[in-house]
Design a binder for this molecule. Structure first.
Ligand SMILES: Cc1cc2nc3c(=O)[nH]c(=O)nc-3n(C[C@H](O)[C@H](O)[C@H](O)COP(=O)(O)OP(=O)(O)OC[C@H]3O[C@@H](n4cnc5c(N)ncnc54)[C@H](O)[C@@H]3O)c2cc1C
Length: 442
């Protein structure tokens, strides 16, 4: 018998157990507006707040009920981090922009905290800090340099953790060392979305859920937006559809690859186990290509453990079984532990793994959050709004790219290459892990 096979679990996000979204009132389409927004996640709703507060007439369209996509399915790690290293950023964009990108993460994280405070949004936000585990000595060195850089250039409390101190942060001997940064926190993602929605609904922005945008065309007055409930005209269009971009914008679709990310929630583990495995109640990640991200639930009762899913169709059991066994690899005492939930959502990858906003004619885009949108989607949604308002200074961002990103080669909306890339990364990780086991630690 396969003892690692999970017992029955819910296929919906853990977050939805205590945060439900009620249906919004159905209201008529407004034939003309200043700005039409496609997508009602963190990005679209945050933009709607800024635009409506500045007196613009706004209509937001989402093809699903609000609260179904990535913004209520994610891990709730408010990281605002960027995948490429500083070295890679400098090589690609030069030193000034690379530094601008890193500095903007700090501003965006602070802005999120200020928003929660100012608007009274209760979403279990706590500045927990993040522990990133290294799987080899070489990666320990890289993390140590990164910590030093964050501390020196941005004044962030960040430090390397040698192997003999790892157990102060996490109850495993899986890692060769790690790195801690204290500026990253955790939150309840669905409560965050619900809070942003509540604030948006205090403005005059009109929100149409269950209304699919079918296509857009440029016309004399701006943009004609065809929706499943009729057409409207808008002076400007803002696209915030990220990994859920469908055929309404084939041009954008060729620039964003939707990749499934999956999370499992363990059954309640008890205070003793949680205290031993996650003594500081931090957010956790590691340096593998197919890296895993994990954390305690906000009530501290269980572990939420996530990673790439590797599938593109259906909802097979294999990715859940895989996550269960990876959880057991990091925490051997959790091998075979029960899980209560396993769900997936889509993250949008682009060619250079950098979130961005960009403009094409009367359309502004804020998309491509590469699995790190809790901070970035809200921030760039806001920045896009300032851009549409012509507020140049507030709109300034190192993530405002011109020209727009290039299309992903050989890709037209069906990510046929995901299983290949996934198994390539898996092989690389296995090689790195073999290296780790061979090299003496200490
Ligand atoms: C499992 C998982 C774990 C994650 N963990 C983290 C994490 O811990 N930390 C972090 O920072 N980020 C994480 N992310 C990423 C983060 O959730 C996203 O980057 C972020 O939520 C994107 O927000 P958004 O507003 O851009 O898009 P979304 O919230 O995805 O919203 C896009 C919306 O566009 C709508 N739409 C698409 N096409 C149309 C159309 N034609 N007409 C009308 N509406 C349309 C969709 O219905 C959808 O509601 C995770 C994502 C997933 C899936």
């Amino acid at each position: 018998m396969d003892t690692s096979a999970p017992r029955p679990f819910k296929a919906t996000p853990y977050w939805w157990d205590d945060c439900a979204f009620s249906a919004l009132p159905v209201v008529p389409l407004v034939p003309r507006c200043d700005v039409a927004i496609v997508g009602g996640g963190y990005a679209g709703l945050s933009a709607a707040i800024e635009l409506a507060r500045a007196g613009r007439s706004v209509q937001l369209f989402d093809r699903q009920p609000i609260g179904q996509a990535a913004s209520s399915r994610n891990g709730g790690m408010a990281s605002g981090s960027i995948r490429p290293s500083r070295k890679q950023l400098i090589r690609r964009f030069g030193q000034a922009r690379a530094d601008g990108i890193l500095a903007e993460g700090k501003a965006a994280r602070q802005d999120l905290a200020a928003f929660l405070e100012a608007e009274g949004v209760e979403c279990d936000f706590f500045l927990s800090g993040l522990f990133d585990g290294a799987i080899s000595d070489r990666e320990c060195e890289d993390l140590s340099h990164h910590a030093e850089l964050l501390h020196r250039s941005l004044g962030i409390e960040a430090f390397a953790v040698p192997r003999n101190e790892v157990s102060r942060y996490i109850g495993t001997d899986f890692y060769a060392g790690g790195f801690v940064r204290m500026d990253i926190g955790g939150l309840h993602p669905a409560k965050l979305l619900s809070g942003i929605l509540r604030v948006a609904r205090t403005t005059d922005a009109v929100i149409h859920e269950n209304t699919r945008v079918l296509g857009t065309t440029q016309d004399a007055g701006g943009v004609r937006v065809a929706t499943s409930r009729g057409d409207v005209s808008a002076k400007k269009l803002l696209v915030c559809t990220d990994a859920y971009t469908d055929g309404f914008d084939p041009w954008l679709r060729r620039r964003l690859v939707p990749v499934r990310s999956r999370i499992i929630a363990t059954e309640p583990l008890g205070e003793g186990v949680m205290g031993r495995l996650m003594p500081r109640k931090m957010m956790y990640g590691d340096t593998r290509q197919l890296s895993y991200y994990y954390r305690p639930s906000p009530d501290g009762s269980r572990i939420l453990f996530g990673g790439r899913d590797g599938t593109t169709e259906g909802d097979p059991l294999a990715p859940t079984t895989h996550l269960c066994s990876e959880l057991g690899r990091i925490f051997p005492e959790l091998a075979g532990v029960g899980i209560t939930h396993s769900w997936f959502g889509q993250v949008a990858m682009n060619r250079d793994m950098i979130p961005r906003m960009f403009t094409v004619g009367d359309t502004v885009y804020a998309t491509g959050f590469c699995g790190s949108g809790v901070v970035w989607a809200r921030w760039l949604g806001k920045k896009a709004a300032f851009k549409l308002l012509g507020q140049t200074e507030k709109a300034q961002s190192a993530f405002d790219f011109d020209p727009p990103p290039k299309a992903v080669p050989l890709y037209r909306g069906k990510p046929w290459f995901i299983p290949l890339v996934y198994s390539l990364y898996e092989r690389r990780d296995k090689r790195a892990m073999r290296g780790k086991n061979e090299s003496p630690k200490g």
